[in-house]
Ligand binder design. Structure first.
Ligand code: SAH
Ligand code: SF4
Ligand code: F3S
Length: 447
């Protein structure tokens, strides 16, 4: 069958979709890039903010016109919103055939094949540990870039930040066996993958059996995994996202510093710079502890870059709380930040409090942080001009056919004229000639 997959939400969802595409192809199905030729449409959804859900529901509702034209078309909603809303989605969207939650994703190929035989409407949600081991497939389409790969190393989250729906829709945190992860990484490297992104909602808690207390200084199964990954031949770079700040103990910081394959870029979710709000969010650090962790990382690796997530308009957030967030963001000097307006999620603890910050104030705070970000990024980018960066060549630029793109270890995108014989996956030394707002421009350094 021709299968169209549309993915919303975070990288974990992207990775799930990729694994499903791999599993479906192995069964002889074909992944198609457009809706028109699809026999099956799959929407892998996100619940993290109300807007994410509304977007997906709008899109799925709009697909009715395809079903009217082609009644044998199968339409399914999977992932986080599927888990949260289950059966009720079938009642709400009459042309929907199935709903498959996050714990049951591995059953998708069997499910769609059985639906083709026998048209039944089904919703299947709830936990199932098999999903952890069953989702190791990869999808490497013809003509696609083979250089970047992703591996999920944990699923779920035990942290229960008060605003967050993820622990409810993704279930308890579980870690994969290290040997399975390494085998998957070796297979990808043998297949030409040069950079692997390790994924988990709480990735640095890998191997800690769901423990949420800060680890002892010399205990970090995640560090052990990074050290083993770094030994894989042919693999040049290792990234990971998202680590919760309190897992950066001495061992983890030292391991990263000792292994240059582990990229000098950390996505370190801050959420707020106010201790009062952090406490209400059930984040287990203070602004000072966050500063201390970022400072330790920076001392161990002076070229490190940071990115972050921040929420504006959490219930009760005052001007003063917001100012502390703004100041801390500028102090750390994030290269990239994702700023979210608070959205109450039914079921999450903070939704019991009134959503007290008016929308207009959320907008205003969002704009202020975006403007700060633009200013910081421009400054950080300009500071790169004249430096030589190691860049992993990815391929022809999507915007300019005569240029190639790649990324620096610090995760900055760079465009450059391709040297003779360059291949995706090559590591190049590139001198930065010019800085744009969000990308760099450079030339390969001749030696
Ligand atoms: N596990 C990741 C976060 C996943 S959700 C981590 O802890 O780093 C991605 C981001 O969405 C969060 O970091 C948070 O900033 C934002 N977010 C989560 N719930 C939200 C909500 N209810 N309203 C607004 N933003 C939210
Ligand atoms: Fe959500 Fe917090 Fe878990 Fe991240 S760590 S997924 S923000 S509960
Ligand atoms: Fe969204 Fe689910 Fe990711 S809720 S952010 S897609 S884990």
């Amino acid at each position: 069958m021709n299968i169209y997959i549309k993915t919303y939400g975070c990288q974990m969802n992207e990775r799930d979709s990729e694994a499903l595409a791999g599993m479906l192809c192995a069964r002889g199905h074909k992944i198609v890039p457009d809706e028109d030729s699809a026999d099956v449409m799959i929407f892998n959804t996100c619940s993290v903010r109300d807007q994410a859900e509304r977007k997906a529901v709008g899109k799925v509702s709009f697909m009715k016109k395809y079903k009217d034209r082609k009644p044998e078309l199968i339409i399914g909603v999977i992932g986080c919103m599927a888990e949260r809303r289950g059966e009720s989605l079938l009642e709400e969207i009459k042309h929907l055939d199935f709903v498959l939650g996050t714990g049951k994703l591995h059953t998708l190929p069997d499910l769609i094949e059985s639906l083709r035989e026998k048209r039944l409407r089904r919703a299947d949600t709830g936990p199932c540990n098999d999903v952890l081991t069953a989702m190791g497939a990869h999808y490497r389409p013809e003509g696609g870039s083979n250089v970047l790969g992703q591996i999920a190393i944990t699923r779920g989250c035990n942290r229960f930040c008060s605003y967050c729906i993820v622990p409810y829709v993704r279930g308890r945190e579980i870690s994969r066996e290290m040997e399975d992860i390494l085998a998957e990484a070796r297979m990808l490297a043998a297949d030409g993958v040069r950079e692997i992104l390790l994924l988990g909602q709480n990735v640095a808690a890998y191997g800690m059996n769901g423990e949420t207390a800060s680890p002892a200084p010399e205990y970090s199964p995640f560090a052990d995994l990074l050290a083993e990954m770094a030994k894989i031949d042919g693999l040049y770079r290792i990234r990971y996202t998202s680590p919760y700040p309190t897992y950066f103990n001495d061992k983890l910081i030292r391991t990263i510093a000792e292994n240059p394959k582990v990229c000098r870029n950390v996505h370190l979710p801050l959420q707020s710079g106010s201790d009062r709000i952090l406490k209400l969010m059930n984040r287990q650090y203070t602004a000072d502890l966050y500063r201390e962790i970022a400072g330790k990382l920076r001392r161990a690796m002076p070229d490190i870059t940071f990115s972050t997530d921040v929420i504006v308009g959490f219930p009760g957030e005052t001007e003063e709380d917001f100012r502390m967030t703004r100041d801390l963001m500028n102090e750390i000097g994030f290269d990239q930040s994702f700023i979210f307006k608070y959205s109450p999620r039914p079921g999450a603890k903070s939704a019991q409090e009134p959503d007290s910050v008016p929308q207009s104030v959320k907008e205003e705070r969002d704009q202020i942080l975006l403007a700060d970000l633009a200013e910081r990024t421009a400054k950080n980018m300009a500071a790169q001009v004249g430096t030589v960066q190691e860049v992993l060549a990815e391929g022809v630029s999507r915007r300019m056919a005569e240029r190639w793109t790649g990324r620096t270890g610090g995760n900055r995108m760079i465009h450059f004229p391709p040297p003779e014989g360059v291949r995706p996956g090559d590591l190049l030394q590139i001198r930065v000639k010019r800085a744009g707002n969000v990308t760099l421009y450079g030339e390969v350094e001749k030696d």
